[in-house]
Ligand binder design. Structure first.
Ligand code: FMN
Length: 313
């Protein structure tokens, strides 16, 4: 089987969105699709989540923005983005024209609780997207980062207002640093979220010991890659147990077996970030590997594996 040959074993439905396979590109690692068009076959994937979109254009954090370590990557891009008007007039129309089989989720950020709904209102009538992902969990901005997801009152407010501004599916992206991620997930679902993305990066810092300064220009950043795998697999299982809602699992996925761990823990789809930055064709290979894994084991539908972990803590 080749990466482009669709396999009905891999089709999933996530909050009413039909995906040809459960493999997405994670927000911030695929730009707005266009940036990857020459190096990856976007239409062989289940979908992609765009880079964050805010009301106003944002320049982002000072360089260096990204560094690597043995367990993965540390980034503080600072939600750099061209702003909602450019996404409305340029990026979504490009996606509508060029990405036909993969589904697009728009990642939304805000400085104030009402900003999320304002961004959605500007985008809602534009074709080229299947749903939204609310980023209430970014660790590397001064305002409008993790505080919305960490406080139940703000989280409820963000989600309620966003819910009132669209009928398209809404996913809420949570932080793996939350003391009780299952409780936050419940708040989001009760406020009208259709699903959860589990999870964003984890706050971290790396130090240049000669300079005695943080390596990243922003100082701290978000840890992504391999180090996140067991953390976010457990978080996925907790959120699945607590809500039963559709989940996009993310954190440290670089193989089909990594993806299957999230699926068995309760995810209906997975998003690949750091591994796709290192090798843009890796997500396509994960699709192929998932199809073979299922075929060899006689699994007719990968959707039947969601939440199939045999463990009851
Ligand atoms: C360079 C970079 C930029 C990111 N930008 C965003 C973003 O704009 N919005 C967001 O919700 N998550 C963002 N993330 C988090 C990823 O979408 C993902 O949740 C996280 O990296 C864990 O997946 P991974 O280990 O496969 O990278 C970013 C991650 C990286 C590495």
């Amino acid at each position: 089987m080749t990466a482009t040959m669709p396999s009905s074993r891999l089709t999933v439905s996530l909050a009413g969105i039909d995906l040809q396979n459960p493999v997405l590109l994670a927000s911030g690692t695929a730009g707005y699709g266009r940036e990857l068009a020459d190096i990856a076959r976007l239409d062989s994937l289940g979908g992609l989540v765009t880079k964050a979109v805010s009301l106003e254009p944002r320049p982002g954090a000072p360089a260096p923005r990204v560094t690597e370590f043995a367990g993965g990557m540390l980034n503080a891009v600072g939600l750099a983005n061209p702003g909602v008007e450019a996404v409305r007039s340029t990026h979504l129309p490009w996606l509508a024209e060029h990405v036909t089989r993969a589904r697009v989720f728009v990642n939304v950020v805000g400085r104030e609780v009402g900003d999320f709904a304002r961004v959605i209102e500007r985008l809602d009538d534009v074709p080229g997207k299947a749903g939204y992902e609310l980023n209430v969990s970014c660790p590397n901005v001064k305002a409008g980062g993790m505080e919305f997801g960490a406080d139940a009152v703000s989280l409820r407010d963000v989600v309620r207002r966003a819910r009132a501004s669209t009928r398209q599916p809404l996913f809420v992206k949570l932080s793996p640093a939350l003391p009780d991620i299952a409780a936050a997930a419940r708040v989001a679902v009760e406020a009208g979220a259709d699903g959860l993305t589990v999870a964003n990066t984890l706050p971290g810092m790396l130090i240049d010991v000669e300079q005695r300064k943080p390596v990243l220009g922003f100082g701290s950043g978000g840890v992504s890659g391999a180090a996140l795998l067991p953390i976010s697999v457990l978080a996925t299982w907790r959120v699945h147990k607590a809500t039963g809602a559709p989940i996009i699992g993310a954190g440290g996925i670089s193989t089909a077996v990594d993806a299957l761990q999230y699926i068995m823990a309760g995810a209906g789809a997975v998003a690949i970030g750091t591994a796709a930055l290192r090798d843009p064709r890796r997500p396509e290979r994960i699709v192929t590997e998932l199809a073979s894994w299922c075929e060899v084991r006689g699994v007719e539908s990968i959707a039947s594996l969601t939440g199939s972990l045999e463990w009851d803590a």
